[in-house]
Design a protein around this ligand. Structure first.
Ligand code: ADP
Ligand code: MG
Length: 324
């Protein structure tokens, strides 16, 4: 692609995670909007070179409908203590952002809190299918295990695309970021938490947790994910307590309950594989939804995100006036 950093104009911040910051940028030569992720790292020549080598693996992954396209990785000339990753921009953002926006605006829309989200079973089926396809492509063709499936790494576009990003984030990269909790995620499978060997089935566990969260609006197993103590406690409970389940009270269809039950199995050997899940009735169910309809659903989400941004801005303006 040959994107040069000099050809980029920053458009605004998208978000930040525990490893870095993502901004929206315009690639001037072809007027394309892209996402630029900046990760601060240790300033050691050897580490940096190895990192770039590992990141170049991402470059060797050929485009796929369910993988966010990678445009390149650089060290910024100004400060060599950070690494910059350029990738495709997805205009509806990540599932965690969509869920947060949904939680903020549902009371407004309904006049009362409900325990429903904008994600219905059909859209979740489509999303799960995309995640499974992306994961099996990475593994089949490149032997890459994603390792970090969570709502913030599943992105949606108003064209109706669902893609996964941040795969196989190299352990070198994780180790060179000075923060103990980088690389720790509450979506990790029990075997991963315990430091055992893991396979693509670790990502299946994460997918199961994610589906419960999209349906109910809440991370299963509760806990306080914002403090180190809370995270450690949660990880301990994932290892020691029974796996999370969707209530089978008739609120959810039998197929989705069964699908989640096959993902959220603590013993990796008994958990379903990517291939098995791709043939599950829950995934087949989503195929009845026409592409056009799913695209409409994505467009509706984008509109709602815009509306929410406007409401937030109005509220901020009002708060400013009150202060004066
Ligand atoms: P995390 O995934 O841990 O939240 P990241 O630094 O990977 O942290 O990403 C920060 C946020 O930026 C994500 O939550 C997501 O909402 C957004 N984001 C990341 N990559 C993209 C992209 N390619 N297009 C649009 N939004 C993105
Ligand atoms: Mg991410």
């Amino acid at each position: 692609h040959g994107i040069q950093l000099e050809d980029l104009v920053q458009l605004g911040k998208i978000g930040s995670g525990n490893s870095g910051t993502v901004i929206k940028a315009l690639h001037v030569p072809d007027s394309r909007v892209i996402a630029k992720k900046t990760i601060p790292i240790e300033n050691k020549e050897a580490i940096k070179n190895q990192l770039l080598r590992e990141l170049s693996i991402m470059h060797s992954v050929k485009p796929h409908a369910n993988i966010v396209e990678f445009y390149g990785a650089f060290y910024t000339p100004s400060s060599s203590n950070e690494i910059v990753i350029l990738m495709e921009y997805m205009d509806c953002g990540s599932l965690d952002k969509i869920l947060a926006t949904c939680k903020r605006s549902m009371p407004r829309e309904n006049g009362a809190h409900t325990n429903q989200t904008w994600f219905n079973e059909l859209s979740i089926s489509r999303i799960s299918s995309a995640v499974l396809q992306g994961l099996s492509y990475l593994y089949q063709d490149y032997k890459i295990i994603h390792r970090d499936i969570k709502p913030s790494n599943v992105l949606i576009s108003s064209k109706g695309n669902v893609k996964i990003c941040d795969f196989g984030v190299s352990r070198k990269l994780i180790n060179s970021i000075a923060d103990t909790f980088v690389g720790t995620s509450t979506y990790m499978s029990p075997e991963r938490i315990q430091g055992n060997v893991y396979s693509t089935k670790g990502d299946v566990w994460s997918l199961g947790l994610m589906i419960i969260e999209l349906l109910t609006g809440e991370f299963p197993l509760g806990g306080h994910k914002d403090t180190p103590e809370g995270i450690l406690d949660l990880l301990q409970r994932i290892v020691n307590e029974p796996p999370p389940r969707l209530a089978s009270t008739g609120q959810f269809s039998k197929v989705i309950v069964d699908f989640v039950n096959r993902c959220c199995v603590k013993d990796e050997r008994e958990r379903s594989s990517l291939q098995e899940l791709m043939c599950h009735d829950f995934i087949l169910m989503g195929k009845s939804l026409e592409d056009r309809e799913f695209r409409h659903w994505c467009k509706r989400i984008k509109r709602k995100i815009k509306e929410d941004k406007m409401v937030l801005r109005e509220e901020q303006e009002k708060a400013k006036l009150v202060k004066r």
